[in-house]
Ligand binder design. Sequence first.
Ligand SMILES: Cc1cc2nc3c(=O)[nH]c(=O)nc-3n(C[C@H](O)[C@H](O)[C@H](O)COP(=O)(O)OP(=O)(O)OC[C@H]3O[C@@H](n4cnc5c(N)ncnc54)[C@H](O)[C@@H]3O)c2cc1C
Length: 408
Amino acid sequence: MSMDFSESPAHSVFRESVREFCKRYVEPVWIDIDERGLIETDLIRKMAENGIYALTISEDLGGQGGTFTEAAIAGEELAYHAPALSLAVLFIIQSSWPYTFQLYGHEDAKHEVLPEVAKGRAAIGIASTEAHGGSDVADVRLHASRDGDSWVLRGEKSMVSLPGIIESLPWGGGWFTIARTGDPKLRHNAITDFLVLLKRRGTRDSTISYRPWTEIGRKGLDTSVITFDGTRVSDVFRIGEVNAGFRIAMEGFNLARSMIGAITVGCARWLLDTGRDWIKQREVFGRPIANYQSISFKFADLASELESARLLCYKAAWVADRYYVQKDGSVDLGDVALYGAMSKLKCAALAVEIGQNVMKWFGGAAYFKETPVLRAWLGALSYVLGAEGTENMLRLIIARRLIGREYV
Ligand SMILES: Cc1cc2nc3c(=O)[nH]c(=O)nc-3n(C[C@H](O)[C@H](O)[C@H](O)COP(=O)(O)OP(=O)(O)OC[C@H]3O[C@@H](n4cnc5c(N)ncnc54)[C@H](O)[C@@H]3O)c2cc1C
């Protein structure tokens, strides 16, 4: 058995190139983005030009053909240099949902949309959550009915990110959309996925409307209630077989979660580094507050936790690569789900915990926006509260896999 905890030379070079990009284009603007809202199309284009937008799209579809380990590296660095997380979240959405579409979408649809995503001219989000409860994906009610060689969608999705970003991009894009295509009593066996385009080749679909939620953090992205009022989707944009959409969508969630671990680790690293710099220079009662063991011991605990979380998030990426890239049969889909869930559960909660402690070390100053720690904490909080699965849903996945479905 060989075990090597060092980064490969190729991965180190890649990390350094992402870091350089971030120092040049991301670090100087992240607070401005978080203040003003909506990441600018120019920055998205630059990310794409530098190979760090939709990293996992295959080369024959105009992408980088990057691995999930590379995506974890890029996500960690983006999050470290823009810890309010909107850029990193956009990055992981574009590295998971377009990839899942690439796995199961129709060739014509893939060749039309994915090269545009790879160029940073389009985005694909996920439309799963509905107002009656997002955790129970098998209970989606957005209705899709067949009409000749197309489908007609009616209903609403709630808390769906990216409509404003998609509208701002020159080509457009849409969502990997989970819809009911059969008897609701059949639950996950009567669900089909579609790529529903809000904007296609620059033209807006007028049957889709949205009402924005007001985000408290990660303000570079927008989230809305989306209404589909007789939206027509060609059968070419169906993703996978009819009524097989639940399992396919779960693959997308698994991949997103494995990368959410990495971006929340990047956010946590920034928080802890910022906290360390602060406690070394902040003098109260005549000494740097790092001299007080109540603070330095807490720092030591958090640094140890962060190291273990970081190992877990790279293990999750490694497992995803084993399944999707190496395809060597050493892991199965259940492993991808397990490690993705563990990674998101552990890393997001830790980023929030580190943020809370660092804010306390800053004292009253943490309450003001001039101290950017709160922005990072709010970014990580979105993943503890719900985005891409609540903590209890992650626990459900982990417990089912490790204890057995018949018990949980
Ligand atoms: C910033 C942000 C961005 C988002 N972007 C998107 C997006 O782009 N697309 C999208 O589709 N969704 C998006 N969401 C929604 C997110 O996926 C949902 O919030 C999440 O799936 C939970 O659904 P819910 O909020 O309806 O909570 P509910 O499902 O109502 O759950 C409420 C609480 O009950 C708990 N619970 C539910 N069932 C059980 C059970 N069986 N056992 C134990 N506990 C249980 C949950 O864990 C949770 O704590 C976003 C959310 C946020 C915060």
